[in-house]
Design a protein around this ligand. Structure first.
Ligand SMILES: [Zn+2]
Length: 163
C-alpha cells in the first residue's frame, strides 16, 4: 500500500485547505454506501469541509451510523441528513443467512449473532433508514432527514418520498 503514501505526496504539495473549521459548512451529513462508484463530493457538488460523510455497506442506519449522526447533530451543528442508497448495490446480492453460511464454511465461525443489513427493495431500505433516524430519541426533533437513490449508471440523484 506504499502507493498511497506516494500519491499523497503530490496531493499534500498542492494542499491549501488546512484551516477549515470542524463543523461542516453546509450543516449537512450524508449517510451513504461504501461503494467505490459513489463519489459524494463530486456527485452532489460538495467541497472539502462541506458535509459529514458517514459510509458503510449499503449506507444503512446501523447503530454505528446513528452514533456518528448523534455526534454530528448534537455536537457539530449538523441540521440535515441525506440518506443515499444506490442502484446495483452489493447489499442486494446476498442475505444474512447466505453470508452466515459462507462464514461458517470458509472461516469456521458462528456469525448467527451478526446482522449485515442487506436488502431486496431499494426504495424501502431508504425509507426504513429515514424512519430509523427520524425516530431516534438522541437526535434533535427538528433535524431534517431526506431519502435518496443515486443511480450509478447515469450519475443522477432522485428523492425517495416518505411513504
Ligand atoms: Zn452499495
Amino acid at each position: 500500500m506504499e502507493v498511497l503514501i506516494e500519491r499523497n505526496r503530490g496531493f499534500a504539495a498542492a494542499f491549501d485547505q488546512g484551516d477549515l473549521p470542524i463543523p461542516p459548512a453546509e450543516r449537512l451529513a450524508i449517510l451513504t454506501c461504501m461503494d467505490a462508484r459513489v463519489d459524494p463530493l463530486r456527485a452532489f457538488g460538495l467541497r472539502l469541509g462541506d458535509a459529514h460523510m458517514i459510509r458503510n455497506a449499503g449506507g444503512r442506519a446501523s447503530d454505528d451510523a446513528l452514533r456518528s449522526l448523534i455526534i454530528s447533530a448534537n455536537l457539530l451543528q449538523v441540521r440535515s441528513v441525506a440518506v443515499v442508497h444506490h442502484t446495483d448495490c452489493g447489499m442486494q446480492t446476498f442475505t444474512d443467512e447466505a453470508l452466515r453460511t459462507r462464514l461458517a464454511e470458509e472461516l469456521g465461525v458462528d456469525a448467527s449473532g451478526l446482522r449485515f443489513l442487506p436488502f431486496s427493495d431499494l426504495e424501502e431500505s431508504v425509507r426504513e433508514d429515514v424512519r430509523r433516524i427520524r425516530s431516534s430519541p438522541f437526535l434533535p426533533p427538528d433535524l431534517v432527514v431526506g431519502g435518496f437513490v443515486y443511480d450509478v449508471r447515469s450519475g443522477l440523484l432522485r428523492e425517495v418520498p416518505s411513504a
